[in-house]
Design a protein around this ligand. Structure first.
Ligand SMILES: C[S@@+](CC[C@H](N)C(=O)[O-])C[C@H]1O[C@@H](n2cnc3c(N)ncnc32)[C@H](O)[C@@H]1O
Length: 293
């Protein structure tokens, strides 16, 4: 079984997503160089190996913008790690980059938050991302031979009315596993929060579409009662344990702080569910939760 660890290799990004959970750490650390040479990379990988890890997930920033990403992948492979990365995909439009990196990646998660240029630009502030996507999909198909290919779409105020179209777009382009992740609240992105009661309304049509089209959908960071009968589509049931090392190399919880309220006591899913996002609760309370009886 994988023993998973997540590490940062840099903080540069060519997107500026309006909801970005990493905005503060990107700004604070943007000039920070975490690894200077191959020796430092090899030392890090060896130390992770000695701690018993065998699966390495690269965090960012945008890992593909880092020159050290390829040597990191090569060294991880040399020491027997499986590898995972979440990327905005932009650099995979370049065939040489796709060709050199993708065969070294086992789990590839591509962030796709929209199905039209307008929607993608509004969210990512990257005017070149959408145009490149065609080649991104072609290059992934050509060079990615790993075990997991997934898209991740962050549910937010700008895209939640289009989630089904976005799912269709991703699927039409060859990705048949999709995470729909509820936006993590950071204060500066409060304008993009979607009420849980609104998300609840759109779950059934997406779940039906997935069933009819042989598509794997995983909803992340939503209380199970919001998913209702589709609670088994939650990511939390399937996610493996992992350790996240933050920018200071300290262990951090992968899961966001959650709360179970009195209402949860009445719910038959209370032992499975992780609860309501604490930040959401602080802003809006638990009025939208409807215990499953
Ligand atoms: C911070 S990004 C870094 C990797 C890469 N630059 C990318 O865009 O995929 C990692 C993942 O977190 C997601 N993400 C960003 N902000 C988020 C938020 N507020 N809540 C939940 N997920 C978020 C991104 O969409 C992406 O899938």
């Amino acid at each position: 079984m994988d023993k998973r660890v997540e590490i940062y290799i840099g903080f540069k990004c060519n997107n500026d997503c309006v909801f970005c959970v990493e905005r503060n750490s990107r700004l604070k650390n943007r000039d920070k160089i975490l690894y200077h040479n191959l020796t430092e990379i090899e030392d890090k990988i060896k130390s992770l190996k000695n701690q018993g890890y065998n699966h390495l997930n690269f965090l960012g920033g945008e890992p593909f913008l880092e020159k050290i990403f390829l040597p990191f992948l090569q060294t991880a492979k040399k020491y027997g790690f499986s590898t995972a990365v979440t990327t905005n995909g932009s650099m995979l439009a370049i065939e040489e980059i796709a060709q050199s990196h993708l065969p070294l990646i086992n789990d590839l998660i591509v962030s796709i938050h929209g199905h039209t240029e307008e929607l993608i630009v509004k969210q990512t502030n990257n005017s070149r991302l959408f145009t490149g996507l065609k080649n991104v999909f072609i290059n992934i198909k050509k060079y990615f031979k790993g075990r997991l290919l997934k898209a991740n779409c962050v549910i937010n105020k700008l895209n939640y009315n289009n989630l089904k179209e976005i799912v269709k777009f991703i699927h039409a382009n060859g990705i048949s596993e999709i995470s729909l992740t509820n936006m993590s609240i950071k204060g500066y992105n409060n304008d993009y929060i979607v009420p849980l009661s609104e998300i609840k309304k759109i779950i059934p049509e997406i779940a039906d579409y997935a069933k009819e089209n042989n598509l794997i959908i995983r909803f992340s960071d939503l209380p199970f009662c919001i998913l209702g009968d589709n609670y088994f589509l939650t990511n939390e049931i399937f996610a493996d344990e992992r350790v996240k090392l933050n920018a200071e190399n300290k262990e951090e919880s992968f899961w966001r702080p959650k709360i179970k309220t009195e209402k949860c006591n009445e719910c038959k899913l209370k032992d499975l569910c992780l609860g309501l996002d604490l930040e959401y609760y602080k802003l809006f309370g638990d009025g939208e939760l409807e215990p499953v009886i």
